[in-house]
Write a protein that binds this ligand. Structure first.
Ligand SMILES: Cc1ncc(C[n+]2csc(CCOP(=O)(O)OP(=O)(O)O)c2C)c(N)n1
Length: 380
């Protein structure tokens, strides 16, 4: 091994390395940084500029959404729904996400986002089919442009990036909006999706619903980042921070992000600061890891109360409109209740359908075994 002689260095004098080629940041990080506080519209001067028709539409959907959440939760107690991750308190995110999309766009939801799918127009029974344990997805994703509700955390994000990237290569004017929870931002899929999206400048919007918890894990144990929106800067995309209970603000921020994506401006990461006021699902007891005081503070910042304050303050919500929203909510709940109380006609053999394009030997054997058992039971 070659030895460096200290005397030789001393003879050459002080060591002067060749300076590296000039370095500068590849992009200016300043415009990518989120605001210091979540963006708000309701209760601020910006509210005066909000379109009254939009505010009324948001209100109607929030009221329907709240009722949908209550009905779905009741169905778990009646044994008609296996599990329900409620989005009560998060309706502003769900409604705004659905309403900003054009028909040709795609929504990529997680298990907590059935309401967004319903507001986008999906039949509520189909939206709950997976959570009822009835069928693989419960609807045709291509027909509705709603990807399957993903239970494995953050797996919907690379799917959204892949679809949006492919659309762009094909020249289709399509935006993908992907929903994810705060816990999901710790997944490798979150990192890979954001990295690819920014490098390829894909028309995708990531909406993190930061509802404070990943089951029992609070955000403080999830990340040391200043905010989840700050994570955007590391990937080279803008991060936006918004009050997730302010439907007008979420709608505005998501509209700007989808417009930017559609016009070739690339992806945006939006963090909506909200709160999961119910337990994680009906199988969870939230009192074991958080106090009532915290929940009450968020209930006081309720998305419906916030919007109603604005609407009544501006004389936009008269009794007729309020009643009409309540009636629409009751109609949605009554339809859901009636249809979910019917036993779905299920064929156990469907268990094997759509698992693989070509069945494996084991699945063929299992299918034959089940067929034989069903035939024996039926006396065939
Ligand atoms: C890859 C993966 N790991 C773990 C789980 C188990 N799990 C289900 S929900 C959940 C918490 C997710 O929290 P968050 O992303 O904040 O979404 P939220 O449920 O609050 O909407 C976990 C860990 C899972 N579904 N997928």
């Amino acid at each position: 091994m070659k030895k460096h002689s200290t005397t030789a260095v001393a003879e050459r004098g002080a060591y002067r390395p060749t300076p590296p080629p000039a370095w500068k940041p590849r992009t200016d990080p300043a415009p990518l940084l989120p605001d210091a506080e979540p963006y708000r519209v309701l209760g601020t001067p910006a509210a005066a500029e909000a379109d009254p028709e939009l505010l009324l539409r948001l209100h109607r959907e929030l009221v329907r959404g709240r009722r949908y959440n209550a009905q779905a939760t009741a169905l778990t107690k009646q044994g008609r729904l296996a599990v329900y991750p409620s989005s009560t308190g998060q309706e502003a995110c769900q409604v705004a996400a659905a309403l900003v999309l054009e028909e040709r766009d795609w929504l990529f939801p997680s298990y907590r986002d059935t309401l967004a799918a319903v507001v986008r127009g999906l039949d509520p029974v189909q939206a709950l089919s997976l959570l009822r344990g009835d069928w693989h997805t419960g609807y045709d994703p291509r027909e509705h442009r709603i990807a399957p509700l993903c239970t494995p955390l953050a797996t919907q994000l690379p799917h959204a990036v892949g679809l949006a990237h492919a659309a762009r290569l094909k020249g289709d004017d399509v935006v993908a909006l992907a929903l994810v929870g705060d816990g999901g931002t710790s997944e490798g899929d979150f990192h890979e999706a954001l990295n690819f999206a920014a490098v390829w400048q894909v028309p995708v919007v990531f909406l993190v619903q930061n509802n404070g918890f990943a089951i029992s894990v609070p955000l403080a144990k999830q990340t040391a980042a200043p905010s989840l929106a700050h994570k955007a800067v590391g990937y080279g995309m803008p991060g936006r921070l918004v009050d997730g209970n302010d439907a007008a603000a979420v709608h505005q921020v998501l509209s700007e992000a989808t417009r930017r994506a559609r016009s070739g401006g690339g992806p945006t990461l939006v963090e909506a600061v909200t709160y999961r006021v119910e337990a994680h699902t009906n199988a969870d007891d939230a009192t074991r890891y958080r106090g009532d005081g915290e929940v009450d503070a968020w209930r006081a910042h309720d998305p419906i109360t916030l919007l109603e304050g604005e609407l009544t303050g501006r004389g936009l919500l008269d009794d007729d409109r309020a009643r009409s929203a309540r009636d629409a909510a009751e109609e949605l709940a009554a339809g859901l209740r009636a249809r979910m109380n019917e036993d779905a006609p299920l064929d156990p053999m469907d268990l094997f359908t759509h698992v693989y394009a070509e069945q494996t030997t084991q699945l063929r054997e299992q299918a034959a075994q089940l067929r034989a058992e069903l035939d024996a039971e039926a006396g065939r």
